[in-house]
Write a protein that binds this ligand. Structure first.
Ligand SMILES: [Zn+2]
Length: 43
């Protein structure tokens, strides 16, 4: 599978969207774990 390198807007790390779980935040790809931890901080 081709790599799909994207940058997480939460931790600012580049990752391969085909290798790691991600969520869409608007038009950006973020790590699923970053999104979940960000939500925990807000609550
Ligand atoms: Zn991240």
């Amino acid at each position: 599978m081709a790599k799909h390198m994207v940058k997480c807007p939460i931790c600012n790390e580049t990752f391969d969207a085909n290798q790691e779980e991600y969520v869409m935040i608007g038009r950006r790809y973020a790590h699923l774990r970053c999104k979940q931890s960000a939500q925990e901080r807000e609550e």
